[in-house]
Design a protein around this ligand. Structure first.
Ligand code: BV8
Length: 235
């Protein structure tokens, strides 16, 4: 087994067994609300109170959930892998960091941070956000939004992610349906380079399943620890 650099791309499926809803499963978030109403800048301009309520409910839920075996397995892999490892998550929950993952990029932002549209400050925020919330930096009210990337907005740290993709030997996608770009395109960027390995760990084949050379299907809490054991046992 060559000791190379690993990138793990995670999506909502890795947090599903912790009790957080996914988006496109039959009981997912988008079965209850339209993404256009709650996860776009237009939706926020139209009805900020509705968008705040959507994210406030999800932020409150964070306090009631815990990382699962999949999150812990990735933290164990980072700890024991002799090469570099980076987790790029589409998720806005904090379960990867709570499981111990250190090298982590939240490309779609973070639920427990607020961003001020007036002064640009980004600060931890664990309670409810609303239009009366004051920014801790500029002290102004009415300009705080969830520090979350909505559809039509540019994901965070794309330069750093692209550089890591160009240097990775093993790309593993966990719990993502492969519907949302640019994340869904990462596997194509990696597989275009010879000598790279691409693996999908998911409950069901994703939209991009045919782009992965290998796959293990099942609940993340089972297939991710098994894959981590396979990697570490082959050292
Ligand atoms: C951008 C906000 C430009 C926070 C999110 C037409 C064609 C192609 C692309 C586009 C298009 N029109 C517009 C676009 C671009 C658009 C896009 O991709 N739209 C899609 C819907 C077609 N993308 C954007 O707008 C992005 N920005 O493109 O900017 C740009 C880009 C680069 C450089 C310069 C300019 C911004 C996208 C970010 C949007 N914000 N979230 C929030 O509310 O959470 S995206 C949203 O979807 C979540 O972040 C989520 O993470 C993400 C992806 O969903 P998944 O994580 O995959 O979740 P999903 O429910 O879909 O799937 C769950 C999977 O888990 C399933 O496969 C299921 O089987 C599996 N599973 C379930 N249970 C388990 C499990 N697996 C294992 N174990 C289990 N127990």
């Amino acid at each position: 087994m060559t000791i190379g650099n690993i990138i793990v791309l995670s999506g909502a499926g890795i947090s599903q067994e912790s009790g957080l809803a996914t988006f496109r499963d039959s009981d997912g978030e988008w079965s209850r609300v339209r993404l256009e109403d709650v996860a776009t800048p237009e939706g926020y301009r139209r009805d900020p109170a509705r968008v705040h309520a959507f994210y406030n409910a999800r932020r409150q839920q964070l306090g009631q959930v815990k990382p699962n075996a999949a999150h812990f397995a990735l933290a164990r892999l980072e700890e024991s892998w002799p090469g570099q490892m980076l987790v790029v998550t589409q998720n806005i929950d904090d379960l990867h960091e709570r499981a111990g993952t250190k090298a982590l990029i939240h490309m779609h932002g973070e639920l427990n941070k607020a961003r001020c549209d007036l002064c640009g400050s980004i600060a931890p925020w664990s309670g409810d956000l609303n239009q009366q919330s004051h920014c801790g930096d500029c002290r102004q009210a009415g300009h705080l939004r969830p520090h979350v990337v909505w559809f039509g907005e540019i994901p965070l740290e794309m330069g750093r992610i692209s550089k890591a993709l160009n240097q990775c030997h093993l790309f593993v996608a966990v719990g993502t349906s492969g519907n949302v770009y640019p994340a869904a395109g990462f596997v194509s960027q990696v597989r275009s380079r010879p000598g790279t390995r691409t693996v999908e760990l998911n409950l069901l084949p994703s939209e991009g399943a045919s782009l992965f050379a290998e796959a293990n299907y099942g609940p993340a809490s089972e297939v991710v620890p098994a894959f981590v054991d396979h990697l570490l046992n082959s050292l």
